[in-house]
Design a protein around this ligand. Structure first.
Ligand code: AQP
Length: 340
C-alpha cells in the first residue's frame, strides 16, 4: 500500500530585530509542531524587511540572528528546510507573474497597508505590493498549509484568491493554501495597550516581551501589564482584554485551558506572578540554546545553505510551470536565475 503524501507547510518571518512572544506563540511553536508530521519549509523573508527603512549591516546581522532564533525555538534542520528568501530568486520572479494577476482593488483593501502607509507619499511601493511577494513565497512551494498568527489572515486570503484566479485563467498551476492559525496565542496583545497586537513597530518597550528578556525584565513587564479596575479574573477578550491576554500567555506557557486557569485566581497579583514565572520557564531553554549557537555561525550558515538548495529545487519547478502557463518562452531560458 502506498503511503499518503505528506502535506507541505511553508511560513516566514521578517528579520527585523528582536523576536517577540507574539512571533513565538503565534507562529514558531506551530512550526515546530508541523515539522514532525509535514514536509516543512521556513523562510527568513529579508526582502519583506526592505519595505521599511533598514540599515544594510543590521539587515545582514538580523538575518543570521533570526536563523539562530528559529533553531533555538526548536526547528530541526533534519526535519525541515530553513532558508533565506533573497537566496531563492524565484520568489521575485514569481511575484511579477502574480502582480499581473492581482488587482489594485485587492491590494487597496489590505488593512496592514492602510494602517502603516496609506496617505503617505514617501511610503515605499514595496510596502503596497508586499502581500503579492508573500503570495509568491507561498505559491512557489505549492504549500497546503501556512501556519501564521491572526494578523496574516487577510494576506493569506489574498494568496488564495490569486492562486484560484491564476488557475482558472491559465490552468491548474498552484495549490490553493489554507491558513493554520493556533487556537491560543494567535493574537498576543501588547501588555500596555491590550486592544492592539504585540508588534515590533508599534509596541512600546514596556508593552512587548522579547525572547531575549531576562527573568527580571519579564517580571517587571508582566507586573506592570494594563488590566482593569474590577479585579475579577475571567476570560473575555472583548470586555477584559488585558486579563484575557495574561490568561492566554499563561495558558500557552503551561498548556492549560484558559477558562480553567481563570477559576484559580481571585485577584490580579497572583495571576501576574504566575504568568511571569511560567514565561520565564518557557523561555529558559530557548535562551540557553541561543547562547550555544552564538559562537557557531558557520553551523547556522551551513543550515541556511542546505535549506536554499532544497527550496530552490522546489521553487524552480513551480516557476517553470507558471511561466509556461502564461505563455513565456520555455523554462530553459529562466533556469539558473541568480546563477545557480
Ligand atoms: N502579536 C502577535 N501575535 C501572534 N502572532 C504574531 N505574529 C506577529 N505578531 C504576532 C506572527 O509572527 C509571524 C512573523 O511575523 P512578521 O514577519 O510580520 O514578524 P514581525 O515583523 O516581527 O511582526 P510584528 O511584530 O507584527 O511586526 P510589525 O507589526 O512591525 O509588522 C507571523 O506569522 C505573524 O502572524
Amino acid at each position: 500500500m502506498s503511503k499518503a503524501k505528506k502535506s507541505r507547510v511553508l511560513s516566514g518571518v521578517q528579520p527585523t530585530g528582536d523576536v517577540h512572544l507574539g512571533n513565538y506563540l503565534g507562529a514558531f511553536s506551530s512550526w515546530v509542531q508541523a515539522q514532525d508530521t509535514t514536509e516543512s519549509l521556513f523562510c527568513i523573508v529579508d526582502l519583506h524587511a526592505l519595505t521599511v527603512e533598514i540599515d544594510p549591516g543590521e539587515l545582514r546581522s538580523n538575518t543570521i540572528e533570526m536563523a539562530k532564533y528559529l533553531l533555538a525555538c526548536g526547528l530541526d534542520p533534519e526535519k525541515c528546510a530553513i532558508f533565506v528568501q533573497s537566496q531563492v530568486p524565484e520568489h521575485t520572479y514569481l511575484t511579477w507573474l502574480l502582480e499581473c494577476t492581482a488587482t489594485m482593488g485587492e491590494l487597496n483593501r489590505m488593512t496592514q497597508f492602510k494602517d502603516k502607509g496609506r496617505g503617505n507619499d514617501s511610503v515605499k511601493v514595496g510596502l503596497f505590493t508586499y502581500p503579492v511577494l508573500m503570495a509568491a513565497d507561498i505559491l512557489a512551494y505549492n504549500a497546503d498549509l501556512v501556519p501564521v498568527g491572526e494578523d496574516q489572515k487577510q494576506h493569506l486570503e489574498l494568496a488564495r484568491n490569486i492562486a484560484i484566479r491564476f488557475n482558472s485563467r491559465y490552468g491548474e498551476t498552484f495549490v490553493v493554501p489554507d491558513p493554520l492559525i493556533p487556537k491560543v496565542g494567535a493574537r498576543v496583545m501588547d501588555l500596555q495597550t491590550p486592544t492592539s497586537k504585540m508588534s515590533k513597530s508599534t509596541s512600546s518597550p514596556q508593552g512587548i516581551l522579547y525572547l531575549s528578556d531576562t527573568p527580571e525584565q519579564i517580571d517587571k513587564k508582566v507586573r506592570r501589564a494594563v488590566t482593569d479596575n474590577d479585579a475579577e479574573v475571567f476570560y473575555d477578550p472583548h470586555n477584559k482584554p488585558g486579563v484575557s491576554n495574561l490568561l492566554e500567555l499563561l495558558g500557552c506557557a503551561t498548556g492549560e485551558n484558559v477558562d480553567e486557569l481563570a477559576t484559580k485566581y481571585t485577584s490580579y497579583g497572583p495571576l501576574k506572578a504566575d504568568t511571569a514565572e511560567a514565561l520565564t520557564e518557557l523561555l529558559r531553554p530557548v535562551q540557553a540554546r541561543i547562547k550555544e549557537l552564538s559562537d557557531n555561525e558557520s553551523y547556522v550558515l551551513e543550515v541556511l545553505e542546505r535549506g536554499r538548495v532544497r527550496a530552490s529545487e522546489l521553487a524552480r519547478a513551480t516557476v517553470d510551470r507558471a511561466s509556461q502557463a502564461v505563455g513565456l518562452l520555455p523554462a530553459k531560458t529562466i533556469q539558473g536565475i541568480g546563477g545557480h
